[in-house]
Write a protein that binds this ligand. Sequence first.
Ligand code: 6PG
Length: 467
Amino acid sequence: NTYDFGLVGLGVMGRNFILNVADNGFTAFGNDLDEEKVNALIAEGGNTDKVNATTDAAEFVAGLTSPRKIMLLVPAGKVVDIVIDSLLPHLDKGDIIIDGGNSFFTDTDRREAYLKEKGINFFGAGVSGGAKGARKGPSIMPGGSREAYQYVKPIFEAVSAKYNGEPCVTYLGPKSAGNYVKMVHNGIEYGLMQLTSEIYDLLKKAGNLTNEELHETYAQWNAGRLQSFLVEITSEIFEQKDELSDGHLVDKILDKAKQKGTGKWTSQNAMDLGIPVPTIDVAVSMREISALKDERIKADELYDRPNVESVVKASLVSKAEQALYFAFIITYAQGMHQLADASKEYGYELELGEIAKIWRAGCIIRAALLADITEAFQADESLQNLLLSPSFVEKVKETVGAARELVAFGAANGIPLPGLSNALTYFDAYTSSRLPLNLIQAQRDYFGSHTYERLDRDGIFHTEWEE
Ligand code: 6PG
């Protein structure tokens, strides 16, 4: 018996993905060193002609149709290299390995080059949507050889999420294009999560909204232009009762956010390329500040905090909706901008309209807004920034006023709104034809003869500043 698709790593994601493949009419073979996981998949698959699994790498590879399509869903890092090396002796030229994890993009480039020498096609394919997405339809972001993609395409298109019948997967570009796009997806994810959480803080502290009201508010928002996976689950989170004690679970959860690195990589690489993504940067910083719980407790005792002024609930909720919408737009704008510049730097030839399109369903950052973003980039493939798109100018003009009011309110009342205020500052700076950085140039020239350019004539200038 030979199988259409192979998958290494039968954790929750892997098991769900392989069952999804089988649901869509393909036969699938799983591989994991852990016998329990192998047996669990065989039991859940129900029919070994359709879904089977083994602990033996040689048997696994021999059981796949040619060219072999082998997806890895194992933790990013060294494990990926170990698995690749365990498969290699059994593979033939033309076989395809697809890394479905959140691998760092330069690791993908290294692996692609290493495997190319051996005649093996390597794909880095980000998969988003969590365990449920893997089972029911994720968004898949593959990068690698365009020629080899034809073999993977029918399976990926069948298992992916659908938006109005269109699959949420497409060939994105060569080398690590897929991992890079998934990394920036996660950077945007960090930004949106930070924003939804600080708006919750504001609604709770200034509007005194109860968990029931927060549930209602986010549910209403999710029925409108803020419709998105993250707003939807946020609404559901506020409903969840605690099983271990009275009250709601959300109030019992320790306020220290963990991270696995993809948001940080997005920020780090944006810095390397000179692309401003401050809303994503601050989302990473806030996870770091959150981790300093003990220090925060000490510092809280040392400083007074203004009493939070109570405000009319309905008006606060309405302004919060506008501000959140504004800041979501800015976050996507920053992420898309990063993709555009990285594409030039790394030769990915990304089509931003296609990326927004495959994010409309299945992934964690799916949102009604992505349909508008898709249209904006389809209307103008060379759009440099979403803020320059005529359709977005209207949306931003309508909501920026609320963002200003809430940022001012947060500052006056000691409620940290770093995502929102950063989004606003980014907007104000990006839309300023004149910034005060002429002074920085003057300072640089003053103390270090670093030279400057002038507004009124061409050339490079240096002044002997009078001390
Ligand atoms: C997805 C997610 C996923 C990521 C988690 C956790 O698209 O399905 O991005 O890939 O691993 O969101 O990320 P952190 O642990 O860094 O928050």
